[in-house]
Design a protein around this ligand. Structure first.
Ligand code: SF4
Ligand code: SF4
Length: 455
């Protein structure tokens, strides 16, 4: 019989739905959505998981293709619960989109959790894994955290450490709480580039405060094309040592590493793989415990890709978890994807408007895209006294706010050493591929992209 650890063994409280998994092979298995007529209750959960489990034994298996569907025992109690019902965050990590929501949770998971507890459906050693957004900013964080602490459940709080949460700080010296912090950088410049805020020094100070209370902290480095410079990687390890951190986790970014149809400007090449491998060896040389996250298995369909289950001790999160391997080389699908960029013309994704100002404040700018987002960015940049030379649009003619609209074919005439191009349109990948096909080599190192949620 084919079963999965998540069907009957896991619940994810997400901002707009409840799912069984955050599956990297075939996507999340969503079982309830905010606004559904039926309430999410233990009975509802049992019915849904039994339906999915039964279907998975047939030719209509809805988890077909997932590496977690294996010959295994069926789970009858919940071992992992992730709590991430809001999407507010101060950072703008270049690989993330969970930052533009409200601090207010879209529903309250606590009464639901209590019902599951009363019905004996949660194992004693269940791990409650906090995410988001920045979970410590949620209106319900203190209530739920304190309830779980008093009930002696293990909790891992994934926090950005931009602000110290005093409830968390005051309750770290026990056997139930672990912290995981994605620093993703070893210095201020790489942090700003990757996370969109110039708050590296504050975060380091706060990690140091948390570290004084507990050694149960994992520092994470999520490798992507914005932080794969070896200086940052080396600085990160040295910093971890200075902060007396024992364990680091090397992970990667699911879309540019994993998704074949990824439409954004991040990319994964040999440089990123080299950075990951260097980080692993340099950290080990320096005596750190190194974890390799499960996202690295997203092209390896024979390895069940999961983060954890059946944890026995919160300290195991420092040692026994995320024990995957880095690949030796890029996968054929990744090589093929890179080859589409025939002339090595890529766009640098801008993590935030603040980073855009920091990086490009002395440049002349051409905006690519005169839709609502392009116009909004134009307005903002003009207020900040940027020199906007032109705005590109295929269909429009004339001026917008005194800035001349040009056609894509006129773009190259406007370029000079001081000018950069910022794409504001969603489908950046098609535009960049087109630049490669047309061999617009003058655009190399002059091309940027910003998503509308970042400004
Ligand atoms: S088999 Fe895969 S898709 Fe199905 S619930 Fe498990 S992890 Fe999710
Ligand atoms: S810290 Fe970064 S990855 Fe985490 S929620 Fe905020 S923006 Fe997303």
């Amino acid at each position: 019989m084919k079963h999965c650890y998540a069907i009957g063994g896991r619940i994810n409280f997400n901002p707009s739905n409840i799912s069984l998994c955050h599956g990297i092979d075939i996507g999340d298995q969503i079982i309830w959505r905010v606004g559904d007529k039926e309430e999410f209750t233990p009975e509802y959960y049992i019915r849904k998981t039994e339906e999915i489990d039964a279907l998975n034994q047939t030719s209509k298996a809805i988890c077909k293709g997932c590496s977690n569907l294996i010959n295994d025992d069926k789970k009858n109690k919940i071992e992992v619960i992730t709590i991430c019902p809001m999407e507010y965050c101060q950072n703008r990590c270049v690989y993330c989109e969970c930052f533009s929501g409200s601090k207010k949770e879209s529903y309250n998971p606590l009464p639901i959790i209590k019902e599951f507890v009363q019905k004996g459906m949660i194992v004693e050693n269940c791990l409650f894994d906090w995410g988001g957004g920045e979970p410590t900013f949620g209106y319900l964080f203190e209530d739920i955290f304190t309830y779980l602490l008093n009930a002696h459940y293990m909790q891992r709080v994934n926090t950005n450490a931009i602000r110290i949460n005093s409830t968390l700080l005051n309750n770290l010296d026990n056997d139930y709480v672990s912290l995981r912090i994605s620093l993703d950088a070893g210095n201020r410049e790489t942090f700003f580039r990757t996370k969109g805020t110039d708050l590296f020094d504050d975060v380091v100070k706060n990690i140091s405060m948390y570290r004084k209370k507990t050694d149960n902290i994992v520092l994470k480095y999520l490798i992507n094309s914005m932080n794969s410079d070896l200086r940052s990687v080396r600085d990160f390890v040295n910093l971890a040592k200075t902060l007396k951190i024992k364990t680091i986790c090397i992970d990667t970014e699911i879309r540019s590493y994993g998704a074949l149809n990824y439409n954004g400007p991040l990319f994964f090449s040999d440089r990123e793989l080299k950075a990951a491998r260097f980080l692993e060896s340099y950290a080990r040389e320096n005596g750190l415990t190194v974890q390799i996250g499960y996202v690295w298995t997203s092209h390896d369909f024979n390895t069940p890709s999961r983060d954890f289950n059946n944890l026995h001790d919160i300290r195991d999160l420092l040692t026994d978890y995320e024990q995957y391997s880095l690949p030796d080389k890029l996968y054929p699908a990744q090589i093929k994807r890179l080859k589409d960029f025939t002339n090595d013309i890529f766009a640098v994704p801008l993590s935030s408007y603040e980073y855009l100002v920091h990086l490009l404040k002395n440049k002349k700018v051409i905006l690519y895209g005169a839709d609502e987002n392009g116009r909004r960015l134009l307005e903002r940049m003009k207020k900040d006294c940027f020199c906007i030379k032109a705005i590109v649009d295929e269909n429009l003619k004339g001026d917008i706010e005194g800035v001349h609209i040009i056609s894509p074919s006129q773009l190259m005439e406007q370029l000079d050493d001081e000018t950069v191009v910022i794409i504001t349109l969603y489908k950046a990948r098609d535009i960049i591929l087109n630049f490669n096909r047309q061999n617009f080599i003058q655009l190399k190192d002059k091309l940027y992209k910003i998503d509308s949620s970042r400004f």
